[in-house]
Design a protein around this ligand. Structure first.
Ligand code: 3EB
Length: 334
């Protein structure tokens, strides 16, 4: 029996008809992070859109079996995949919040029998601020997030070969927002030959290397494969390159995206090959400095063309010397 994957598209908010029951998730972008108490599928990320008409990200599936809330996690599921989201606003250290969030979400996705985490998104404010939790800690909040996430992954028996692709970006508004896609059947971890795997970064970037894979390739019976690409920055090896030069960082990111798509294609038959990055179904561009958006848009169009929908958002990249980061999805209707 063919599986029935989700599709992820950027749309005019007016296309959100009420009562539509094929929706798995609705992701909005605004001034402050918020989740809906009424609809477990809805989240707003505190990442102000920078350019273009209003857009909402909609995940749809042919059949959504159930939506609900469990242990404070809003979710929706199909026979094959599970969307879930949680927002932690209780005052805690960042390490404590990340550990609590991941312990809860892992217990939750496993409890429902969707054992494989394919992709996570992580947003929290003041990403460069000192973590105020652990007394005497010299960590910033991103480094502390990595510590807490890793603690939860170790406690629940995750190993390096099962790490999901991820994004972690500094947002606006209270709390740690995590949302994720899990599945009954595993995806395949893709690493970037131009970069050291994030989970093997040396200690100069923080006491705990970040627990994510560069991309997840997900095949579906009788359907085109999906590729979920992590937030990708101007990093070669493990070093930030072209620091404080936004357009050169963009060039390097596009090279990284090309390398990732190539690494994924090496696992696929020629008929299944993904045309990327210009043929992906969505690019999300995170920019530290709003004033850079026009130049970045122009250069990105030169590099990848006009076919792929692109969303520009104001957010903080986890290393201060990086000004732009791009994530990519190949999960559309084509
Ligand atoms: C990097 O490549 C840039 O900690 O989950 C990108 C994507 C980054 C995900 C994460 C961090 C994360 O190291 C930062």
């Amino acid at each position: 029996m063919p599986t029935r994957p989700l599709r992820i598209t950027l749309e005019d908010p007016a296309s959100l008809q009420t009562g539509e029951n094929h929706r798995l998730a609705v992701i909005r972008f605004g001034a402050a992070t918020a989740v809906s108490d009424a609809d477990p599928r809805e989240v707003t990320i505190g990442l102000p859109p920078l350019d273009g008409p209003p857009r909402v990200e909609i995940w749809r599936a042919p059949r959504v079996d159930e939506t609900g809330f469990m242990d404070g996690i809003g979710y929706a599921r199909t026979p094959d995949v599970l969307f879930g989201r949680l927002l932690i606003t209780e005052p805690m250290s960042m390490a404590g919040a990340a550990e609590a969030a991941y312990l809860r979400l892992i217990a939750f996705h496993r409890g429902l029998g969707y054992d494989h985490l394919l992709r996570t998104w992580n947003y929290f404010p003041d990403i460069h601020a000192a973590d105020d939790g652990d007394a005497g800690s010299m960590l910033d909040r991103y480094q502390a997030f990595c510590v807490g996430r890793h603690r939860a992954l170790v406690a629940t028996g995750y190993d390096e070969t099962a790490l999901p692709a991820a994004t972690a970006i500094g947002s606006q508004g209270d709390g740690l927002l995590v949302y994720f896609l899990a599945a009954r059947a595993p995806g395949e971890q893709i690493e970037n030959p131009r970069q050291v795997s994030a989970f093997r970064y040396p200690a100069e970037y923080g006491p705990q290397s970040p627990s994510f894979s560069r991309a997840t390739l997900k095949r579906w019976d009788g359907e085109r494969p999906h590729l979920y690409i992590s937030g990708t920055a101007s990093i070669v090896g493990h070093a930030s390159v072209h620091v404080e030069d936004c357009l050169r960082q963009l060039d390097e990111i596009v090279e990284n995206l090309r390398a990732l798509v190539e690494a994924a294609n090496a696992r696929l038959t020629p008929e299944q090959h993904i045309d990327g990055p210009g043929g992906l179904s969505l690019l999300k561009v995170y920019l530290r400095e709003p004033a850079h958006v026009a130049a970045v848009r122009e250069r990105l169009t030169q590099l990848v063309g006009t076919r792929v929908p692109v969303l520009f958002l104001r957010g903080d990249i986890c290393r201060r010397d990086l000004w732009v980061e791009i994530e990519g999805l190949h999960a559309g209707t084509a």
